[in-house]
Ligand binder design. Sequence first.
Ligand SMILES: Cc1cc2nc3c(=O)[nH]c(=O)nc-3n(C[C@H](O)[C@H](O)[C@H](O)COP(=O)(O)OP(=O)(O)OC[C@H]3O[C@@H](n4cnc5c(N)ncnc54)[C@H](O)[C@@H]3O)c2cc1C
Length: 407
Amino acid sequence: MRIIVIGASHAGIAFTDAMRRNGFTGALTLIDRLDGVPLERPPLSKAFLAADPEDDGRFVLRKPDWFASNDIELIGGCDVTSVDPESRLVRAGDGRVHAYDRLVLATGATPRRLAGTEGLSGVFELRHPGDASRLRAAADQAGSVVVVGGGYIGLEVAATLAKSGKKVTIVEAAPRLLARVASPPISDFFAHLHSDAGSRVITGAALASVNSEGGAVRGVTLEDGQQLAADMLVVGIGVVPEMSLAMAAGAETDNGILVDDGMETTVAGIHAIGDSALRRGSPHGLRIESVHNAQDSAERAAAAIAGHEPPADQAPWFWSEQFDVRLQSAGIVPAAGDTVRHVQRAGKREGGFSVWSYADDGLRAVEAVRDPAGYMLGKNCLEKGLSPTPAEAGDPAFDLKAFVAAK
Ligand SMILES: Cc1cc2nc3c(=O)[nH]c(=O)nc-3n(C[C@H](O)[C@H](O)[C@H](O)COP(=O)(O)OP(=O)(O)OC[C@H]3O[C@@H](n4cnc5c(N)ncnc54)[C@H](O)[C@@H]3O)c2cc1C
């Protein structure tokens, strides 16, 4: 059997790794339009941006010899342009044709572009290592930066650039930072963290225009008339799942390539994993963009192809690093609603705390700031289906460790 994987990043590589661990001895080929040894994505908004370009090798997803020693063919610099599910062939932009028995789409997602920035220099979206290298080089020459979008990636870039002495302004359209993904107490915490570091945080602000001079960005004007000058603009306003190959192959899509519990699409022999896939039976009904989801969906597809039991469902987890703060989050924070409550619990370390989010009196998510113990307890509760009452979670005297151990 020959398996072709399109996309050699977190999901695609985790899939090939899982297949070999499952004892698969057939041909495994990873194809990516990017050249070179694949790099990790999370550091691109954090340590990579602050690192010396000479040290980029420390961010590799797998050591260069890992591919050959696992008998995995890695074809870089190769853009796959079409899939023919009838004859089970993929075609690349360079004219090469590859035959497959199973195809795995690990094509990820593409950042949304900010209207009005087409053709301007000094505007940066961040998804791939090349984007991060360009951003890093431009930041070297820049004094001031406007970050459009107060989601995790925008905030991480803002923190890294503020730490290196740039004048940073964060502009977010929603009434609070991280509005789509975090609880209000966590949004408040990060808004203060950035302001205390000297950055300006503007929420509930719509952009009226992007200002430029001679083809280079010079800043933005907000709808209330405020002008924010900047040498560069970093745009972090979300991503769109990369579904073009799946759609051309006739697979059903929604806000992601629709897959079953074994990550198989509606076209026989084609699977989809990672950021591009949306699992129909997902307990959360959401398309999740995270390293954990990339790994979990890869394991799930590999188990299905090998005929093994699927891995147990885990609570989705995520982390973020901004300044000296590490946030860890498990579960899905519920959107605001009548039955939604957020309870804060002090952590053991100085400045550490966790936020326990409830909907209909059931625990849905735990976000922990400088509090790995609180995070682990919350994750355990979510995975075991345990729900301390909001009063218990908020009571520092309540022994959560004993509560989890007793069940
Ligand atoms: C800056 C940044 C910071 C992040 N920080 C965190 C974090 O702290 N914690 C966390 O959990 N997650 C984080 N994430 C999210 C995480 O990195 C993604 O969820 C993960 O990369 C998804 O992996 P993937 O393999 O599905 O997709 P991707 O990483 O997007 O990879 C898809 C690959 O497919 C290739 N491809 C697509 N189409 C084709 C084609 N037609 N032909 C050939 N190749 C193709 C692309 O070139 C790409 O290499 C971050 C992401 C970014 C960008």
